[in-house]
Design a protein around this ligand. Structure first.
Ligand code: NDP
Length: 339
């Protein structure tokens, strides 16, 4: 085993898009687990949009990363040494181990993974936080009914790609909004959405939404906010539901504006808009991930991963997610899977 390992710590709080000075690479000695601890070798690091929020020193639903602290992140890895009776050496686990090649853990919040069920990378995607987000955000917040029209933005992404497929399972018309023809083709041809809108190519996005949704929009699963969401909101049907999952178009914006017209639409359409954080549903993750695994096995759900190698590429991968360069769930592979 290596004697040292690398980790990325927060060096500066960025204004706008994070850059190369935001994180600092450190090489430190490999620690020994004490009683109750285990040492995990990271294999797959999840890169997620929420990470931008953790760089900001403001009160929010989760604490910010402190300067000089290891950057936060979900990881799938292998236990390589253990003094914790619940986790034996060799098993695969998922936990919030951060942007580092090895991590010590006391086992709190750690799940064990069975690589026979699905590749362990799925624990940071379809069978992990993004999967649970799609499941609860659509079912519990969006409350889709068969025959309704569901629109989802960032439709080719980790969450969005699943939302459209789940909408089809609920018997709905699924319409995706994504950046670029390749992503639009993917959601229709590979994932089975009924229609897709390339928001980067459409001159009149409102008209494009109306064309793709001839019966209006009953559920809008909002991953992006900004002009894309403005174009969808005006097509809401009476008693529509808007599930506010993310506002990625605003994450680098230090002073986003409130939109007065929105409230007028909500009033006249008697529509309901509700934000949620997937951890609110923590007690029911077993339900979500169990169902997602069943649908994955039966071929009703598909997923795509965008994997880059090496911890040094994590900052670029995060910037890529904030710019739409990822195509599918963004992952950084830190080590090979053992044979
Ligand atoms: P994705 O895999 O969907 O990657 C993000 C995508 O967002 C990009 O690929 C890009 O797709 C799109 N995007 C980036 N910038 C913009 C922009 N300015 N305008 C429009 N679209 C943009 O990420 P996830 O699936 O992991 O997350 C999707 C959303 O869900 C995020 O907003 C995230 O914060 C939120 N989320 C919320 C959770 C919750 O608990 N509420 C939990 C998990 C995620 P394109 O090329 O199509 O533009």
């Amino acid at each position: 085993m290596a004697q040292t390992y690398r980790r990325l710590v927060l060096a500066h709080r960025p204004e706008g898009m994070p850059d190369d000075s935001t994180f600092r690479m450190e090489e430190v000695p490999l620690p020994e687990p004490k009683d109750g601890e285990m040492l995990v070798k990271a294999i797959y690091l999840s890169i997620d949009p929420y990470m931008r929020g953790r760089l900001r020193d403001v009160a929010s639903y989760a604490a910010p990363v402190q300067l000089n602290e290891v950057m936060v992140g979900g990881v799938a890895g292998q236990v390589v040494a253990s003094k914790n009776p619940r986790f034996s050496k060799g098993i695969f686990v998922n936990g919030m181990f951060g942007w580092q090649e090895y991590a010590l853990s006391d086992g709190k919040g750690v799940r064990t993974l069975d690589p026979q069920v699905a590749p362990i990378s799925t624990s940071v995607g379809i069978l992990g936080m993004p999967g649970a987000t799609a499941y609860f955000g659509l079912q519990d917040i969006g409350k889709p009914k068969a025959g309704e029209t569901v629109v989802v933005s960032a439709a080719a992404g980790a969450v969005g790609g699943l939302v459209g497929q789940l909408a089809k399972i609920h018997g709905c018309r699924a319409v995706g909004i994504a950046g670029g023809q390749a992503k639009c083709d993917y959601v229709v041809k590979e994932l089975g959405f009924d229609a897709a809108i390339d928001y980067k190519a459409e001159r009149d996005l409102r008209a494009a939404v109306q064309r793709a949704c001839p019966n209006g929009v009953d559920v809008y699963f909002d991953n992006v906010g900004g002009p894309v969401s403005d174009a969808v909101i005006v097509s809401l049907n009476t008693f529509a539901r808007v599930s506010i999952c993310g506002q990625i178009s605003q994450y680098n914006n230090e002073s986003p504006e409130l939109a007065p017209r929105l409230y007028w639409v909500l009033l006249t359409k008697r529509a309901r808009m509700e934000g949620f954080i997937v951890s609110d549903f923590g007690a029911r993750w077993g339900e979500a991930l169990g169902k997602m695994a069943d649908w994955l096995r039966s071929g009703k759900l598909k997923y795509k991963e965008d994997v880059v190698r090496g911890l040094e590429n994590a900052p670029t991968a995060l910037r890529g997610v904030l710019q739409g360069k990822n195509f599918g769930k963004q992952i950084v592979q830190l080590a090979d899977m053992p044979h």
